[in-house]
Each structure stands twice: as structure tokens, then as C-alpha cells.
Design a binder for this molecule. Structure first.
Ligand SMILES: [Zn+2]
Length: 412
């Protein structure tokens, strides 16, 4: 590999690249997303596949363990459930951050693949059984009853799940964030340390595969029912929190709220409805875990202890902002699924609610986390969020309440 010329992409023509018409009504008219790193002339996007994992792919090539010419053998990888096409797929502004045709490229572009174009799925749909201690607990307390369909006697819940990589249509993303496309391109270029020169040199390339985490969805019940507004849909849109979701850290409500939502999804599916968890890789309000842990220390060491009235201020001191999740792109996955109505939204976040309803999806009831599921150390977070406008069926804490130190110190 040493001595080989570096192939700059910033000015190459891409004369053999398939055309991309975002929002076209069929896969053939839309054209395939081609992010290959081998056949440069075929590329019609900026960046490459697999989100952040593209860097690991590069490491595998650098280490000599992966041939850069490798093409995925997609035999038997097709989706286990058909999703769409839905009317939203043909609206270029309804979906701007994923490729609605990303699960079916092997079938939709079989001819192009046979001719040697390296086209890869950006969505995969499969089936699984999920087994959670909280579900076992709900079974033991008879809050959940096995039905042999959604929930088995073993306590395993049957799901269809899908993984989605980000595929951004830059004009649409810019519009969501209220900035110009050229400003978005320049800032993305500069703030990634100049990682993608084509952002500023190739205005003809409108699609960007950003090096960020994607989304995973879990569907309880019939996936086709998601698009039927007459079928009761229970849904939670959840942002990643490794500390709570996986390790059970008690400073926030993430895992208890997530497992409560799964219980609600199972019950909803058993009533003849359908359940959905949409999980986004946006660790620590998309600030990352290092920032998050710094904020925890700042909260717990401040004069007066860990109080709700300083909850957002401590984050802002460290990160410069309270939150970088920006829910503007989140509803895209709901539109990919054809959703028009969420009967029961298992979330208290006003930002998520506003993004979902603002995108044209009707929301019925909002389901808050039951008080008994809030860990003692997470009361600061819940108080701060409800005072800031999160939905609650209960009382909003007043200023005196917010000044009480409710979080544990670092030494206990
Ligand atoms: Zn959390």
C-alpha cells in the first residue's frame, strides 16, 4: 500500500455515478445511494457507509485483514418483514436523514449490482426474541401475561427489529435546522476538522453519509400495522444512555423508562395494537459520555449539592449548550414506518413531542414514567425537566422545591 497515490475525491467527476433524485416515488426513479470507496467514478454521495464504523473498516484494511475490494454477499439477507413503500417516502421533505429504500437495495438495484456497482444496504430488518429482567418481574407480579404470540411463556418477547444508518439529504437537513445548505456544508466541513472536502467543493453531491451513530427500532406485533392509524400504536423514542440502559446507573430514569415502555408496548400489542421503540445513538444528549460524566461531577460538587435548579446550568457550563440531540431529524424513522398516529407516546419530553407533532404525526395520550420507577438519585433530573416543560400529569415543582439538594454526593 505504501507509495500508492492518494485519490482525492474533491474534484473528481463521477461520470459513471447513478443519478440520485431524493423523494422520487420509486426506487428506480430515486436511484441507488453509492458510497463505495473502491469505484470512485460510481460514487454519488459524500462520506461512506456504516456511520462511525467506517473508521473501523479503514483500520481493518490498514491492518491487512480486510480486502478493500470486498463486496458483501447479500444472499439471504433480505428483510424479514416488508416495510413500505409509504406515501411519506415520496415526499422529499418528510424523510431527510435516512434512505427509505435502504433495506431493499439488493432487490431494487439487482441489475446495477450485477453490473458491478457496489451498492450496500443502509437498513437491515430482522427478527429477535428479547428477554429482560424487568419483563420477568412484570410476569411474576402478573402485570404481564404470556399469550404465546407477543410474549412467550419463557418471558421472551417476539420482535421485529431494524437497524438504520444515517443518510442525509443536505438540502432537507439544512431546511430542518433553519440554515442555508451552504452554511451547513461549510460548518460540517470545518467542525469535523476538514474531514470531507466534498462538502464544500462538490455542491452537486447532495447526499452525505455522516460518521455518526444510527438508530435501532424494535417492533412488538405486526410491523404493517404501524402505518394504520386505526390500530393502537404505543411508541417510545429513546436516546441512548449507556450508563443507565446497560449498566443500571441510578442518576437518571433512562433504563426504567425504557423497560416501562417495553412493558407498555407488549401490553398494547397484546390488545391487538402494535408497539414501537425507536432507539437513537445520541449518548448523553449527543454530548458524549466524557462530557456527561464531567457534568455529573460538577453537579455533585457544586455548593449546595445536586439540585434541580442548577441541573441544566451545570451541563451548559461544561458543554456550552444544554442539549445537542436536536430532535428535528428524529421523526424521519416514524415516517419511514408510515406512521400517522401515535395513540400512546411513552415520553415526557416536550422536545420529542413537538418534533413528532410538528412533522404531522398525531399524538394521543402521553404516558409518563410511574413515580415508583424513578431512582432516588434521578429525582433531580425529573424535577428539572418537568419544571422546564416536560409533560407531567402531576404537580410541577416550584422554585423552593428545585433548590432542595436531592442528588447523592460523590462519597456515598
Ligand atoms: Zn440516562
Amino acid at each position: 500500500m505504501t507509495g500508492r497515490h492518494i485519490r482525492l475525491t474533491s474534484h473528481s467527476g463521477g461520470a459513471d455515478a447513478p443519478a440520485l433524485r431524493w423523494g422520487a416515488p420509486t426506487a428506480a426513479e430515486r436511484g441507488p445511494v453509492v458510497g463505495t470507496t473502491t469505484s470512485r467514478a460510481h460514487r454519488n454521495v459524500i462520506g461512506t457507509h456504516s456511520g462511525a464504523y467506517g473508521v473501523y473498516r479503514a483500520l481493518a484494511v490498514a491492518a491487512g485483514s480486510l480486502s478493500r475490494e470486498h463486496r458483501a454477499d447479500l444472499t439471504n439477507t433480505s428483510p424479514t418483514a416488508a416495510i413500505g413503500p409509504h406515501p411519506q417516502w415520496a415526499d422529499p421533505e418528510a424523510i431527510v436523514s435516512l434512505d427509505p429504500w435502504g433495506a431493499t437495495v439488493a432487490a431494487a438495484f439487482a441489475g446495477e449490482i450485477a453490473r458491478g456497482v457496489d451498492i450496500r444496504p443502509t437498513i437491515a430488518v430482522t427478527k429477535a426474541q428479547v428477554i429482560l429482567p424487568e419483563v420477568h418481574d412484570a410476569l411474576a407480579k402478573a402485570r404481564l401475561i404470556p399469550d404465546g404470540r407477543v410474549l412467550l411463556d419463557s418471558g421472551a418477547a417476539q420482535v421485529t427489529k431494524a437497524a438504520l444508518e444515517p443518510v442525509w439529504h443536505l438540502p432537507g437537513v439544512a431546511k430542518r435546522f433553519g440554515c442555508t445548505e451552504s452554511d451547513l456544508r461549510r460548518v460540517l466541513f470545518e467542525e469535523t476538522g476538514g474531514m470531507y472536502p466534498e462538502l464544500v467543493t462538490r455542491s452537486d453531491l447532495e447526499v452525505f453519509l455522516p460518521p455518526i451513530g444510527g438508530q435501532t427500532i424494535y417492533i412488538f406485533g405486526d410491523p404493517r400495522a404501524l402505518a394504520d392509524p386505526a390500530v393502537e400504536l404505543t411508541a417510545r423514542v429513546h436516546d441512548e444512555c449507556n450508563g443507565s440502559d446497560v449498566f443500571g446507573s441510578d442518576i437518571c430514569t433512562c433504563r426504567p423508562y425504557l423497560t416501562h415502555a417495553i412493558e407498555e408496548c407488549i401490553q398494547g400489542a397484546q390488545r391487538g395494537g402494535v408497539g414501537l421503540i425507536a432507539y437513537s445513538r445520541k449518548e448523553g444528549r449527543a454530548l458524549g459520555e466524557v462530557t456527561k460524566f464531567l457534568v455529573y461531577n460538577a453537579r455533585k460538587r457544586q455548593a449546595g449539592g445536586d439540585t434541580a435548579d442548577q441541573y441544566f446550568a451545570r451541563t451548559e457550563c461544561v458543554a456550552g449548550v444544554q442539549d445537542m440531540r436536536f430532535q428535528e431529524l428524529m421523526p424521519d424513522v416514524l415516517h419511514w414506518l408510515g406512521i400517522r398516529k401515535i395513540h400512546r407516546l411513552v415520553s415526557m419530553s416536550n422536545m420529542k413531542y413537538d418534533a413528532i407533532t410538528g412533522s404531522g404525526i398525531e399524538v394521543g395520550e402521553r404516558v409518563s414514567i410511574p413515580d415508583e420507577l424513578i431512582p432516588a438519585d434521578a429525582q433531580v433530573e425529573i424535577d428539572a425537566k418537568t419544571a422546564a416543560g416536560y409533560y407531567t400529569p402531576g404537580a410541577v415543582p416550584d422554585a423552593d422545591e428545585l433548590r432542595k439538594a436531592k442528588g447523592r454526593g460523590l462519597d456515598r
